[in-house]
Design a protein around this ligand. Structure first.
Ligand code: AMP
Length: 249
C-alpha cells in the first residue's frame, strides 16, 4: 500500500495576519509559515498506518514556492519516506492544485490520498472533492476515524446532526477533520535525518498543467472590530437592549 499526502505551506495558525495596504491579499513577508494543521493530521494518519504495517510507503506532496521544501522536510521528519515538490511561484487555486495532484498521482499510483479538509489560508475546502471528481475515486470528507477493513477503509465522517460511517473501496480519497488524531512533533533529530530523504522537484509545465488562476480576488478586508460588551443588571434591561438597540427581537 502506498499513501500520498498533500501538505500545504500556510501562515502559522498562531500568527496575527496583516492585510496588504492595497487590500489585494495577506502580507506574508517575514511571517512564520508552517504546515497546514489539517495536513499534519493527514501525515500523522499515514505514518500511523505505516507503523501498523498497513502501508509500506508514505509520499508527501506540496505545491508552491521553493520554501515548501521546509514543509516537506517536516512531513518526512514525522515519518513520510519521500516527497514531491511541484514548484511554482504562482498562487495556485484549488482546481489547479487538484489537477497537479492528479498528475502526480497518475505517475505514483497511490492506493490512498490523504488531504486536509481545508487549508487555513484560503478556507476553500475544495481540493479533496475536486480531486475525487477528476480521478473518479470514492471520497470520505471531514473524516474523524479511519480504519483499514480488508480491501477498503472504514471512515467515520462528521455530518450535520451526527456521524456517518462509510466503507471506501481502494483507491480512495480521505480529507481529515480535527478529531482524527493528534499529530506528533517533528523533533530536531528527525528533522536532521529527514534531510537525507529525497525530494523530487517538478513544475506545472513539466506536468503539462495550466495553473492560470480562474478566480479574481477583488478585495480583502479585515473583520469589523467588535463593539464593546456591556454588563446588564436585569433580564428586562437585556430584553430592552435586544429590542431597541440590537433590534434582534
Ligand atoms: P483547500 O481546498 O484549499 O481548503 O485545501 C484542502 C487541502 O488540499 C489542504 O489541506 C491540503 O491537503 C491540500 N492542498 C491545498 N493546496 C495545496 C498545496 N498548494 N500544496 C499541497 N496541498 C495542498
Amino acid at each position: 500500500m502506498k499513501v500520498l499526502v498533500a501538505v500545504k505551506r500556510v501562515v502559522d495558525y498562531n500568527v496575527a495576519i496583516r492585510i496588504k495596504p492595497d487590500h489585494s491579499g495577506i502580507d506574508t513577508d517575514s511571517l512564520k509559515m508552517s504546515m497546514n494543521p489539517f495536513d499534519e493530521i493527514a501525515v500523522e494518519q499515514a505514518v500511523q498506518w505505516k507503523e501498523q504495517d498497513f502501508v509500506q510507503e508514505v509520499i508527501a506532496v506540496s505545491i508552491g514556492p521553493k520554501a515548501c521544501q521546509d514543509t516537506l522536510r517536516t512531513a518526512m521528519a514525522m515519518g513520510a519516506d519521500r516527497s514531491v515538490l511541484v514548484e511554482t511561484d504562482i498562487q495556485t487555486q484549488p482546481l489547479a492544485v487538484a489537477k497537479l495532484l492528479k498528475a502526480v498521482i497518475d505517475t505514483e499510483q497511490p492506493d490512498v490520498i490523504l488531504l486536509g479538509k481545508q487549508a487555513i489560508d484560503d478556507d476553500a475546502n475544495e481540493t479533496g472533492q475536486m480531486l475525487a471528481a477528476l480521478l473518479g475515486w470514492p471520497q470520505g470528507t471531514f473524516v474523524s476515524e479511519a480504519e483499514p477493513c480488508g480491501t477498503c477503509i472504514r471512515v467515520t465522517r462528521e455530518i450535520d446532526g451526527g456521524l456517518e460511517t462509510l466503507d471506501l473501496p481502494l483507491p480512495c480519497i480521505i480529507t481529515t477533520d480535527l478529531r482524527l488524531n493528534e499529530p506528533r512533533y517533528a523533533t530536531l533529530p528527525n528533522l536532521m535525518k529527514a534531510k537525507k530523504k529525497p525530494i523530487h522537484v517538478t513544475t506545472p509545465d513539466e506536468l503539462k498543467i495550466d495553473i492560470t488562476p480562474r478566480l479574481t480576488v477583488l478585495k480583502v478586508e479585515p473583520p469589523l472590530p467588535r463593539a464593546h460588551g456591556t454588563i446588564v443588571s436585569s433580564v428586562s434591561e437585556l430584553v430592552d437592549k435586544l429590542k431597541n438597540e440590537a433590534k434582534v427581537l
